[in-house]
Write a protein of this length. Structure first.
Length: 353
């Protein structure tokens, strides 16, 4: 089946209603729903409303805290530590980002380590918000309870994919770099399992240490894992990045694998820079624009389209969503529809239906 498109307000209302019926504080549900739909508008459909069916049982079980406040563990103005008490990650991150931007505007930069958040979703959703306000933003996250990626040379899953992202102002739209230390994500693994499809490349590792295209090795006994960036050949690079991200998100936050948590959560490191406090905002935009232009003008490999700058496709997706509706894969809509039926929530019709 082809992908469907929906009015963004309909999707936001659907997500917000489902989250509220599962017990989430209405104000928090509104923020989470808004950021999920912004993620779908960027084209990252694995982390948009697609996440709602995973969040609902977390709310019902109490593993996602449905109301309350985070704890400020330490506040040194430029550096901060929060304990999120497993509140919704999108809610916590929206507050953390606002505070870091405010502090960076005063001090030139600010950094916050957040421990015991719930899942925070797509990192580019947040870095783009900072970039739209003229700031450079770096975000990394890990889950100290998760084990999906084996260290290079090993066969037992130990790390989460440990994504990281950088967003900064650019010519016409932000530059959005968003990647992870593993060769693919848990969401992509779940998507392939749900669809019954294999990866196009051997991005998984079975328990015997053999590379495979089969995503289902993560459900085998003993469990397989996701390969780090670089795969079987240069996986030491992804392994090193994964170590660095766990240091920044867990060691700096003072909470991580040493505490052996069991709840699905997210530790986060957020750092925001004000270009004006360095070489100046105008020179910053000049340099970024010149480099972006040089990349896009670089002669492409025969048969391939012109070179893109990270963020180009996201900008195109957002623009198209505004005129044609927000795109959702059929696999995502099937799972969202099942959640709507469970909570007796009416589904909106697709655009043009």
């Amino acid at each position: 089946m082809t992908d469907l498109r929906f009015a963004r307000d309909d999707l936001k209302t659907l997500a917000q209603t489902l989250l509220t019926r599962a017990g989430l504080d209405p104000e928090m549900a509104e923020v989470v729903a808004e950021l999920l739909i912004r993620t779908d508008e960027l084209g990252v459909t694995t982390h948009g409303i697609s996440m709602v069916p995973y969040y609902l049982p977390e709310l019902k079980s109490g593993n996602m805290t449905a109301s309350g406040e985070h704890e400020v563990v330490r506040d040194n103005k430029v550096t901060m530590v929060w304990d999120g008490n497993y509140l919704p990650g999108h809610w916590l991150m929206s507050q953390a980002l606002d505070l870091c931007i405010e502090r960076a505007g005063t001090f030139g930069m600010a950094a916050l380590a957040l421990r015991r958040s719930h899942h925070i979703g797509c990192l580019s959703t947040f870095t783009s918000m900072a970039a739209d306000r003229g700031f450079v933003c770096y975000i990394a996250t890990s889950d100290p309870s998760g084990k999906w990626v084996a260290p290079f040379g090993g066969t037992e899953p130990l790390f989460t994919p440990n994504p990281w992202a950088v967003g900064y102002p650019g010519d016409g739209h932000p530059v959005l770099i968003d990647t992870c230390s593993s060769i693919t994500t848990v969401s992509k693994v779940r998507e392939h399992i749900n669809k019954g499809t294999q990866f196009d490349h051997p991005w998984m590792l079975d328990a015997n240490g053999e590379a495979t295209t089969d995503p289902a090795v993560v459900n085998a006994t003993p469990k397989g894992s996701i390969l780090p960036v670089g795969g079987m050949d240069h996986g030491h690079k992804g392994y090193a990045t994964g170590l660095m991200i766990e240091m920044m998100t867990q060691a700096l936050a003072g909470h991580g694998r040493a505490e052996a948590p069991t709840r699905w959560g997210g530790n986060v490191f957020v750092q925001v820079f004000d270009p004006e406090a360095f070489g100046g905002s105008a020179p910053f935009l000049r340099e970024v624009g010149a480099l972006n232009d040089a990349c896009r003008k670089n002669r492409p490999i025969p048969g391939l389209p012109s070179v893109r700058v990270p963020g180009d496709r996201a900008h195109e997706n957002v623009t198209r969503s505004q005129t044609e509706g927000v795109r959702l894969p059929d696999e995502v809509w099937t799972r969202v529809a099942a959640s709507a039926a469970e909570f007796d929530v009416s589904l909106p019709g697709p655009v043009g239906a």
